[in-house]
Design a binder for this molecule. Sequence first.
Ligand code: GCU
Length: 373
Amino acid sequence: MARSVIRDDGKRDRLVRHVYGEIPPPPQRLDVARRPWHEAGGEILTLSMSHDGRTHTVDGALFLPPDARGPVPLVVGLAFLGPLGAVDAPGFPVDPNAVVEATSAGFPDGRLRPAMRGRHAARWPRDLFHAAGCGLLLACYGSFTPDDPIASFARGVAPLIGIGAMPMPALPPEGNSPGALALWAWAYSRLVDVALARPEIDPARIVVAGHSRLGKAALLAAAHDTRIAGVFANNSGCLGVRPSAIRRGETPDALAARFPHWVTPAFAADPHPPDGVDQPDLLAAVAPRRVYAASATEDSWADPAGERAGLIAAAPAWRALGCDVPEIDADAPLVAGAAFTVGPLGWHLRAGPHELTRDDWERALPHLLEPPR
Ligand code: GCU
C-alpha cells in the first residue's frame, strides 16, 4: 500500500532530481510561424526555439472549435507519431529528424514516414474536442527529443540547451542531468508558451495530456508548470501515477534497463527513488490543480490497481489545500467501468488493452474542462 502524502515541493524536487533530472529552463527565444492546414481544418505551427546561437524547429498543429464565441479551453498533447499520425489528412510535413518508439512507427529505425498518416487518428478524436468547445494543440514528442538512447542527447532539445552537446557518437550525460522524460516535459511547457500567446485560448484552462510514456512526461510537466490547469495521464504506469513501492507490473528496474535514456544516468544505474519519496509526491505537486488518470483492464504492465493507489495516496495533498475531496474506496472492485471523480481528481478503468481511446476521452474531458474554482 502506498503511503499518503501531502504536498511538499522539496520532496518533489528530491524525487525529480534523482529520477528524471531537473527540467531545463526555457530557450532564450521561441518564435512561431503559422500557416493554414486546409486539408485538416487547422493550422500548422512551426516553433523555432533558439538558445546561445543554436536553433531547433518543431512543427505542431492547432485545431480550434469552429464556432467558438470567446476564448476556449485547450488540450495540449504530445503524440507518438505527432500530428502526422494523429490526423487522417494530407499536408502535415514529415519530420526527417524525429525518432519515435519503433513499434508505433512500425519501422525499426523509428523514423516517421508518409505511410503513418492517420495511423493514430482514433487516439485524438477531434470531433469530440470540438463538440466540447475545446481546442487541441499537438506535436510529435520525437521531434523535440528523439526516443533513442544515443540520439536523445545528440539531437533536438538536449544540444539546443547545452545538455549532452558533445561530439558524435554522443554519450549520455553524467549524473543527474535530465533524461528524455524531463525533456519531453520541457516540450509540453513550450507548447503551453505557444498557447498562451493566442488570444483565442483561455489561459486559465490549458491542460496537458499524454499516453503511456507521454502520460509520465505530462505529469512531470504539470508538477512543475503552474500555468497548466490539469493533466490527463493515460496508462502512465511506472514513473507515472503508479507508486514505485508497489512491485507489480513494470518495475523501475525493468524500465531503466530498457529505456535508460528516459531517466537520469544516476537512476539508470540505481533505479530506486530516494528514501521517503515516491510518485505520489510528484502527483501531489499538481495540487490544487486537476489530475485525471486512466487505466485499462488488460494493461497489467502499467498496473491499474497501482495507478489507482497512486491517486489515493496523493489525495490528502488536495484536502490539505482546502479542496473538497471525499474519501476514495481503495478496495472497490477493479472491474471495467470502475471510476471516481472527487474534486479535482479523477480516474477510470476502461475494458481493453494499453491504448488511448475515444472512450477514455469521453470520460476524461468533462472532468478536465470544468471551469477552475
Ligand atoms: C513500454 C514501457 C512503459 C511505457 C510504454 C509506452 O511498455 O515499459 O513504461 O509506458 O512502453 O510508452 O507505451
